[in-house]
Design a protein around this ligand. Structure first.
Ligand SMILES: [Cu+2]
Length: 499
């Protein structure tokens, strides 16, 4: 129905215009063609000048009206070091091109008015003016040279990579349809190596090489969190099609290209909180973020920096948005401490782990510290002989007293402790669960305690400082009815008999 009305209206309008033109043709015949022509000419010339004034006013007013929502103005001054320079050169360019734009528009419309056809006025033929040629060649040349040279300086500064030895924190962003895999280097500060052939969407989204030690502590957070005023280098890659790593508030924008790693180096200068405080000063940011929830947070309170994909990469393109938080150093460190290594939480000791069954340096160090702490706290007592210290990482083959290879770490640590506390005398106690006959358990516990003692003898601890005792199943520390309890009961303990 609405469509019909619109079509009808258009037809009627056409009829009216045709009829009007017929009327003016008739009037022209009556008054004489030439006079009407000149009259129209005058009218058009005046309208051109009016249009020019309205148009220029509109350009200036609309730019002024929208300035606070544009990047670079009002609350949206750049939140990074190089961003300020980029905004600055945009402004310089805008001033020059703005001046040229206004002058040319004025001349264009003013000349159309001034040199309109009039009765008895003849055009003056003006073949050449060297002076004019010089003016409109030299001025643009100077301006262009200035813009290009200044632009090159800014470009080189904004795109510069880190210098050798410069302190920088490196993170990684890999785009795919339709999200980003983000990676941080962990405590060692180094991102581990990747190989696209190792990518396994379920278990190894980035194709990290687990044989590389640098990968052990890398973690894959769901948001970007960065400390303020610290230089950061982002490695940017893509796993399928072209994406674009875009942090609008920091004026960071770089293509993410499959097979061609790119990077961007920048230094955030405003925390999320500082940016919110600036927004707060603007009335349009003091309205509820969600119109349907007037009691909810205001727009400035709900503001977050964001990472967007600035390449139309497919139908789910919009969902590549990720939050970015810029925080003070201590808050950043707190966040870091909550992050879990991807390898240790998802890969360690699974079938995908090439180090399965072995110990990592960090684990060896941790076990060493635990045993030393236990030993020293018992040694500090007036009478340490009542304290049982569990040798948690001593393992035997099932039903036998043969030590498993992995036990050597714990026992080597114990041998070092015995060297450090050179007068201590210890008891090594073997314990079993209650499965099987008591005599057999007794024999097994004695044999296991002796194996431990023999290993320590081989490491140079003297025989008179150690005694091996088997307790069979007599001293359970957990419920023998459950498999976990029985496992806890099968153990080797250590007791300091004299300091
Ligand atoms: Cu994308």
């Amino acid at each position: 129905m609405l469509g019909f009305v619109i079509i009808l209206t258009l037809i009627l309008l056409t009829v009216i215009i045709v009829q009007l033109s017929k009327v003016s043709q008739l009037a022209a015949k009556i008054r004489g063609e030439e006079e009407v022509y000149l009259q129209n000419n005058n009218r058009t010339a005046v309208w051109l000048v009016i249009f020019m004034i309205l148009f220029l006013v509109f350009c200036v007013v609309s730019a002024y009206y929208y300035k606070d929502v544009m990047l670079g103005y009002g609350p949206h001054t750049a939140a990074s070091e190089h961003g300020v320079m980029l905004d600055d050169i945009f402004n310089v360019t805008l001033i020059f091109t703005g001046i040229v734009f206004i002058i040319t528009q004025i001349y264009l419309f003013w000349f159309s008015y001034k040199y309109r056809e009039r009765k008895g006025v003849v055009a003056k033929f003006f073949p050449h003016s060297t002076q004019l040629e010089i003016i409109w060649t030299v001025i643009p040349m100077i301006v262009m040279t200035y813009l290009v040279v200044k632009g090159l300086f800014v470009w080189n500064a904004a795109m510069a990579d880190v210098k050798p030895g410069e302190e920088v924190m490196e993170i990684e962003a890999a785009g795919y349809q339709f999200a980003w895999d983000l990676r941080y280097p962990g405590a060692d500060g180094k991102l581990g190596t990747r190989d696209f052939r190792l990518i396994d969407l379920a278990n190894n989204p980035l194709g990290q090489d687990w044989k590389d030690d640098k990968n052990i502590d890398d973690f894959l957070p769901s948001e970007i969190v960065l400390p303020v005023n610290k230089k950061v280098r982002v490695r940017i890659t893509a796993k399928d099609v072209l994406h674009n790593f875009y942090l609008p508030h920091f004026r960071v924008k770089m293509d993410a290209v499959p097979g061609l790693p790119t990077y961007f180096v920048f230094t955030p200068t405003k925390t999320t909180d500082e940016y919110r405080q600036t927004l707060r000063e603007y009335p349009e940011w003091n309205v509820p973020y969600d119109e349907t929830d007037p009691e909810g947070p205001l727009r400035w309170e709900a503001f977050n920096y964001e990472l967007a994909c600035a390449e139309l990469c497919g139908s789910g393109h919009y969902s590549m948005r990720r939050e970015v938080r810029i925080v003070e150093q201590d808050e950043y460190e707190e966040w870091l401490s909550q992050q879990q290594s991807y390898y240790l939480t998802n890969i360690r000791n699974t079938d995908a782990d090439p180090r399965k069954g072995g110990l990592l340096d960090a684990e060896i160090g941790k076990r060493k510290m635990e045993l030393l702490t236990d030993f020293e706290s018992a040694h500090g007592l007036d009478d340490p002989s009542g304290e049982n210290i569990s040798l948690r990482h001593v393992f035997f083959e099932t039903g036998s007293s043969n030590l498993k290879d992995l036990s050597k770490y714990e026992l080597d640590n114990l041998s070092n402790i015995m060297t450090k506390y050179s007068t201590a005398v210890i008891e090594l106690g073997g314990h079993t669960d209650n499965v099987g006959d008591p005599a057999g358990n007794q024999r097994l516990s004695e044999a296991r305690a002796s194996s431990v003692r023999n290993y320590l003898l081989s490491k140079g601890v003297s025989a008179d400082r150690m005694r091996a005792v088997g307790y069979g199943a007599d001293q359970p520390v957990a419920d023998n009815a459950t498999p976990e309890g029985r496992q806890e009961n099968r153990r080797t303990e250590l007791r300091i008999i004299s300091k």
